[in-house]
Unconditional design. Structure first.
Lengths: 297, 412
C-alpha cells in the first residue's frame, strides 16, 4: 500500500503534476519573502498570515457575488497598503535593531493578525468556489482541477511581471540597488526609506495574490498561516536570496517532495517531512543567519 | 508623585471591589444556583463556543421562566458564570480552578471540545465538583474512571460505525472495503477506533488508512489512492476543514465512491458552502431537529429549533441542542437529590434516566450517555439546487430513504 506510487505509474505522474502546480504557488509566496529578506534583512514570520488575509479578501468578494478570481486583482491592491501600514507602524521602528528583534516583531504581528482575523471573520473554515471544472488526462487516470491550473498560471504571470518590473522600472532598480549596498544607494540619491516601505508593500501584495488563489483552490482559516510561512522560509533557504529562478525551482521541488512524502510516508508525515528537509538543508548549507546586517535610516 | 498616588489608590479600590464581589459568589446564593463554565468565546473554537453558550443560555431562561428548580420545598433559579478560555486547554484548566476555588462554584458545565474537557476534568474531579458536559465526546474521557464527569452525548467512537454497519447490510451482509482519512486529534482518532471496531466486527478490510495533519487543507493524495483502489466506503473525519476539503476535492477530482461518510457536516454548513457537490454525503450527528424525543420544557426538536431560531437568528446546530440538554439533566438531578450536597447531586446524576428533546439520557459508569444512538443524515438536493439534511438512519426516525450507491460523477 505504501508503495502505491511504484505500482501505479499514473500516480507518479499525478503526484508530480500536483506537486508542480502547488509548488508554483509556494514559490510566489517565497519570492516575496526572499525580496524582503534580501532588501531589508527581515525574516517575516507573518508572511502566512498576510496570505490568509488576502484569501479573506477574495472570500468576501465571493460572498458578495463577485467571482473570486477577481480577488487576484483586488487583494494585492489592498494588501499593498496593508503592507505599507505595517512597515510604517512597526517595522521601521525595529528594522535597524538585530535580526532577533525583527523576528520577534513579525512574530507579534503574526499573532495579532491571527486574533484579529478570528475576531473579525470568525473561526469557521471558509472557501470560495470558482466553479472551474476539471481537466482529465490519460483516460481519466490523471485529474487536474482547473482551479489549481489557474492558480499556477496566475502565479507565473505575477512572477514574470515582477521580474520585468524589478529590471526596468525606476523603483525596481532602486530596490535592487538598496539590496546590493544600502549605503552606496543612499549616497547616490536613493530614498531608502521609501524603498523599504515599497518592498514591504510589494511583498504583502504578492501574499494577497497567493491568498486569493488559496481561497479558490484550498480552504482558509485564521490560524492556517504558519505552514505557508514555513514553506516559504524553506524555499528561500534552499534557493538563496535574490535568486528568482532558484526560488521557482525550489518551490516546485518542495511541492513535488511534499506529494511524494504524502504517498510514500503517509499524509501524517507531510508537514513533518518539510521540517525534516529544512533541518537537513540548514545543516548541509551551514546557513548563517548572522549575515552582516546593513540598514540605513 | 501625586499622579502615582492617585493611580495606586485607584488600583487598590478596584482590588477591594473585586475581592468583595468575588466573595459574594457562591454555589447557591438566595434563590440562585450558580453554575460555572469556561467556554471558548475567542480563539479557534469560538464559533462552536458561542453555539454552546447559546444552548446553555436558552435552557437557563426556559427553566427559570417555567418555574425553576424545586429543592427542599423552595424554588431556585439557574445562573451561570462564564469565562473565556480562549480555546486554550491550559487556560481552561486555570479557569476551572478559579471558578471552583475563588468563585466558590460547586457545579460545572462543560466547555466546548474534547480537548478542553480533558483539561478541565482532572480539576473538577480533584475538588469533587459534578460537571455535566455536552461537547466532549472523546472516548478517553470515559475510560479514566472519573466519578464527577457526565456527558449527555454519545462517545466519539460511535459516530460513524453505523455507516459501516449500513454499508455491510447494503452489501448483502458481506464485508466491505473501507478507505479512511482522519485528522490527528483526539476526537477524530476516536472516531477512527470506532471504525476499526466496526471493521473487525463485520470482517471488513481497511485498505487505506490515512492520518491527516492539523493544518489539513489538501487531501488530494488520499483521494488519488481512493480513485485507484476503489473502496466501497470512504470515511473522513477532520472537523469542519476536513469536511469542506473532502467535498471540494472529491468534486474537483471526480472521485467515485459508493458511500461517503463524514463528521461535522452540520458545523461545516456543507450544503450551503458547496451546494450540489455535497449531495449524497452521509453525516454523523448527535441530534437532528426532526427526531421525535420529547420533554416538558422544549417540547420536541422542531419546537426547540423554531424557538432557538427566534432568539438567536440561526438554525440550532447539535452543539447547541446538547448544551441545552445538559441543564435539563442538572435540574432533574437537583430535584431528585433534593439537596445541594455535591455527593448527593453526583449520585443523583449517576442515576439519571430521562428523556429530553435531545434524546434519552442514561449514564454508564464511565459517564458517557449510553441511551442515545447517533443519527446519520444524507445531504439531498432537489432540481433547483437547494439542499437539505435528511435523516436516513436509524430507520425509526428516517425521513428519507438512503440513496446508495452514490451515482457516478459522469452520470450526474
Amino acid at each position: 500500500m505504501d508503495f502505491l506510487v511504484f505500482q501505479y505509474p499514473m500516480i507518479t505522474l499525478q503526484a508530480c503534476l500536483d506537486g508542480i502546480l502547488l509548488g508554483v504557488l509556494f514559490a510566489l509566496i517565497a519570492y516575496g519573502m526572499a525580496l524582503q529578506w534580501g532588501v531589508m534583512n527581515i525574516i517575516n514570520i507573518a508572511q502566512g498570515d498576510l496570505v490568509i488575509l488576502g484569501g479573506y479578501i477574495a472570500y468576501f468578494m465571493y460572498l458578495y457575488g463577485i467571482h473570486p478570481a477577481w480577488g487576484v486583482i483586488v487583494a494585492p491592491v489592498i494588501m499593498y497598503f496593508v503592507g505599507i501600514a505595517i512597515y510604517k507602524l512597526v517595522i521601521n521602528k525595529v528594522v535597524d535593531r538585530d535580526l532577533f528583534i525583527s523576528i520577534l516583531a513579525t512574530f507579534g504581528i503574526s499573532i495579532l493578525f491571527m486574533q484579529l482575523m478570528n475576531f473579525a471573520f470568525g473561526a469557521d473554515v471558509v472557501l470560495a468556489n470558482s466553479g472551474y471544472g476539471t481537466t482529465m488526462l490519460f483516460d481519466n487516470n490523471v485529474v487536474l482541477p482547473n482551479s489549481k491550473i489557474f492558480s499556477a498560471f496566475i502565479s507565473i504571470v505575477f512572477a514574470v511581471c515582477l521580474v520585468i518590473y524589478m529590471k526596468k522600472s525606476k523603483l525596481g532598480r532602486a530596490i535592487r540597488a538598496t539590496a546590493q549596498n544600502a549605503r552606496a544607494a543612499k549616497i547616490l540619491g536613493v530614498d531608502t526609506e521609501k524603498v523599504y516601505a515599497a518592498t514591504f508593500g510589494i511583498n504583502a501584495a504578492l501574499c494577497g495574490v497567493a491568498g486569493a488563489l488559496i481561497s479558490i483552490t484550498f480552504t482558509i482559516h485564521p490560524y492556517m498561516g504558519l505552514p505557508y510561512t514555513i514553506r516559504s522560509f524553506m524555499i528561500v533557504i534552499v534557493a538563496g536570496l535574490g535568486n528568482l529562478p532558484g526560488v521557482a525551482m525550489s518551490g516546485m521541488g518542495l511541492g513535488v517532495f511534499e506529494e511524494f512524502a504524502d504517498y510514500i510516508l503517509g499524509t501524517e508525515f507531510r508537514i513533518g517531512s518539510v521540517f525534516l528537509l529544512l533541518v537537513l538543508i540548514l545543516v548541509y548549507r551551514r546557513f548563517k543567519l548572522s549575515r552582516k546586517r546593513e540598514y540605513l535610516k | 508623585m501625586r499622579l502615582n498616588r492617585i493611580i495606586l489608590s485607584f488600583v487598590s479600590a478596584l482590588v477591594i471591589l473585586f475581592s468583595t464581589s468575588v466573595a459574594s459568589f457562591a454555589k447557591v446564593v438566595g434563590d440562585k444556583i450558580i453554575l460555572g463554565a469556561a467556554i471558548s468565546l475567542t480563539g479557534k473554537y469560538s464559533s462552536n463556543g458561542v453555539h454552546t453558550q447559546n444552548g446553555y443560555n436558552m435552557a437557563v431562561d426556559r427553566i427559570n421562566s417555567m418555574g425553576g428548580i424545586k429543592v427542599g420545598g423552595k424554588t431556585y433559579k439557574f445562573d451561570i458564570i462564564y469565562y473565556d478560555d480562549e480555546s486554550n486547554p491550559k487556560r481552561a484548566a486555570q479557569l476551572a480552578e478559579r471558578l471552583i476555588s475563588q468563585d466558590g462554584v460547586e457545579f460545572m458545565l462543560g466547555p466546548y471540545s474534547s480537548g478542553l474537557t480533558k483539561a478541565i476534568a482532572p480539576v473538577t474531579e480533584k475538588y469533587g465538583v459534578p460537571m455535566v458536559e455536552a461537547n466532549g465526546a472523546s472516548r478517553s474521557l470515559f475510560t479514566k474512571g472519573y466519578k464527577y464527569l457526565f456527558a449527555v452525548l454519545a462517545p466519539a467512537n460511535l459516530y460513524l460505525d453505523v455507516a459501516i454497519e449500513t454499508a455491510v447490510e447494503l452489501n448483502g451482509g458481506k464485508p466491505v472495503r473501507i478507505a479512511q482519512a482522519f485528522e490527528q486529534d483526539a476526537f477524530s482518532q476516536d472516531v477512527r477506533l470506532g471504525i476499526l471496531d466496526a471493521a473487525e466486527r463485520t470482517g471488513s478490510k481497511i485498505i487505506i488508512d490515512d492520518k491527516l495533519p492539523k493544518e489539513l487543507n489538501d487531501m488530494a493524495a488520499t483521494l488519488v489512492k481512493v480513485k485507484q483502489m476503489k473502496p466501497d466506503v470512504l470515511v473522513v473525519s477532520g472537523h469542519t476543514k476536513g469536511a469542506l476539503t473532502a467535498i471540494r476535492q472529491i468534486a474537483e477530482m471526480k472521485v467515485d465512491v459508493p458511500m461517503l461518510a463524514m463528521t461535522h457536516c452540520d458545523a461545516a454548513k456543507l450544503s450551503k458552502q458547496h451546494g450540489k457537490n455535497s449531495q449524497y454525503a452521509l453525516c454523523a450527528s448527535q441530534w437532528h431537529k426532526s427526531l421525535t424525543y420529547k420533554d416538558d420544557f422544549f417540547k420536541d426538536g422542531m419546537t426547540y429549533a423554531a424557538d432557538f431560531e427566534k432568539e438567536f437568528g440561526y438554525d440550532p446546530p447539535y452543539q447547541s441542542a446538547e448544551s441545552s440538554a445538559a441543564l435539563l439533566v442538572f435540574k432533574d438531578a437537583f430535584e431528585r437529590a433534593n439537596s445541594f450536597d455535591q455527593k448527593k447531586v453526583r449520585d443523583a446524576l449517576a442515576a439519571t434516566n430521562m428523556q429530553t428533546f435531545y434524546g434519552n439520557i442514561k449514564f454508564a459508569p464511565g459517564g458517557q450517555n449510553v441511551d442515545k444512538p447517533m443519527v446519520l443524515f444524507q445531504v439531498m438536493c432537489d432540481a433547483s439546487g437547494s439542499c437539505e439534511n435528511k435523516v436516513v438512519a436509524p430507520l425509526k426516525w428516517a425521513s428519507a430513504k438512503l440513496i446508495h450507491p452514490i451515482p457516478k460523477w459522469s452520470e450526474r
